[in-house]
Design a protein around this ligand. Structure first.
Ligand SMILES: C[N+](C)(C)CCCC[C@H](N)C(=O)O
Ligand SMILES: O=C(O)CCC(=O)C(=O)O
Ligand SMILES: [Fe+2]
Length: 404
């Protein structure tokens, strides 16, 4: 106890700013589980056995006092543009599980130690942003995930929460018993997110009538792919509801793109890195009597968060991939090798989940993760659906505490 107090006093007395030679020195404070010392431009904190470092500008910018932060709107009030970039605290202490810094000019900032720990880079780089269960066909089937029930889904938050939980884990989720109409399909999507209107409409309902300049509007088989890869930000969710099918074939193929990409990362890290680094264009060019579009988006096949290397997006659509003209010939050769390796993983039969979408069954597909395709078919087949925004489904999930 005595030593703790002494250390605290020492920490307060030593003005870090006026002590350049000793700036990284041994200004220490201890409570039962925390110690810290002041370095040249940052503070090193050891909390519950974990070391972490906070820059002084960062600390001033993240002050949670009323004049710096509005806790009822969770918005910053302080002006980051007027913080002295070489700012340093004049005194520092740890008291009651808080770090207390007094800045030049007298402003006092107080940070809960557990808040600092949760928000430290050291913590974030270890943590998974979006925990998931990667699957192949057996893994998915053995998990016995049940579909949500339309009636309950529309009225009961616990049914929606379970659905969202499954959707976040597997990147696909189903609602059963939905009336086979566009209106009911729209209603079911409104529980989850907002519709992303595109050139195909808000809600779309299509047959193989070639009404648009795209092979989706045919009876042909479609290999696994993600949709709207030609958007700078591909659509977050794909919703399908087969309203009618009088004929054969037409099953839906689903492949977990992240399962395949993680296999590639294990087998061939250089190929994985290359697919993360090389930007590729995708294009939607439509020139018919009724529709003219020329949409182009650029981005790598795989995207990972830079701080923890976690995958968050796969764009894979060989139909819509545009001319590659931004990559030198030697890199392009390596890129084709890496693309082939990923394609082989995606095409492994054990990774393919085939489902027949019958009227009543609405599927939600995470279009940033799970690829879809279809078997060729005969007869009249009417499919309706829409794209939904990704930010809003994640927001719904956070409101249920399903994501940090
Ligand atoms: C879903 N819906 C039929 C409306 C549009 C299909 C878009 C097809 C396009 N090749 C793509 O992959 O984005
Ligand atoms: O017809 C289908 O089942 C899906 C076609 C497709 O890939 C799409 O519309 O995005
Ligand atoms: Fe598609």
């Amino acid at each position: 106890m005595y030593r703790t107090l002494q250390a605290l006093r020492l920490a307060r007395l030593l003005p870090a700013a006026k002590n350049p030679n000793k700036s990284w020195g041994h200004v220490r404070a201890r409570t039962s589980s925390a110690s810290f010392h002041l370095l040249e431009d940052c503070l090193e904190l050891n909390y519950e056995g974990k070391p972490m470092i906070f820059n002084y500008v960062w600390l001033r910018d993240h002050c949670r006092s009323e004049s710096s932060y509005n806790s009822s709107t969770s918005q910053r009030v302080g002006d980051t543009g007027s913080i002295e970039l070489s700012i340093r605290p004049e005194s520092s202490a740890v008291e009651d599980d808080h770090l207390i810094l007094t800045w030049q000019g007298g402003h006092v900032s107080k940070y809960r130690l557990s808040w600092l720990a949760e928000n430290s880079y050291e913590e974030k780089k270890q943590a998974t942003v979006h925990p998931r269960i990667l699957w192949n066909s057996d893994i998915y089937k053995n998990a016995n995930i049940t579909s949500a029930n339309w009636e309950k889904f529309m009225s009961c938050d616990s049914e929606l929460k379970k659905f969202l939980h499954d959707y976040l884990q597997y990147g696909i989720a189903f609602v059963d018993g939905v009336p086979a109409t566009v209106e009911a399909t729209e209603a079911v999507t409104q529980r989850v997110s907002l519709i992303r209107e595109t050139t195909y409409g808000r809600m779309w309902s299509f047959t193989s009538d070639f009404s648009r300049g795209d092979t989706a509007y045919s009876q042909l088989a479609l290999d696994r792919h993600t949709d709207t890869s030609y958007f700078q930000e591909p659509s977050g969710i794909q919703v399908f509801h087969c309203l009618k099918h009088e004929g054969t074939g037409g099953r839906t193929l689903l492949v977990d793109g992240f399962y395949a990409a993680e296999k590639l990362r294990q087998r061939s890290p250089e190929s994985f890195d290359l697919l993360c680094r090389v930007p590729i264009s995708h294009e939607y060019v439509e020139n018919t009597e009724s529709h003219r579009n020329h949409i182009r988006g650029v981005g790598p096949i795989l995207s990972v968060y830079p701080w923890n290397n976690e995958l968050f997006l796969i764009r894979y659509n060989n139909y819509d991939r545009a001319v590659i003209n931004t990559v030198p010939h030697d890199t392009v050769k390596r890129w084709y090798e890496a693309h082939r390796e990923l394609t082989s993983e995606l095409r492994r039969p054990e990774n393919e989940l085939w489902v027949k979408l019958d009227p009543g069954k609405v599927i939600f597909i995470d279009n940033w993760r799970v690829l879809h395709g279809r078997e060729s078919f005969s007869g009249l087949r009417q499919l309706c659906g829409c794209y939904l925004t990704r930010d809003d489904v994640l927001s719904t999930a956070r409101c249920f505490s399903l994501l940090p």
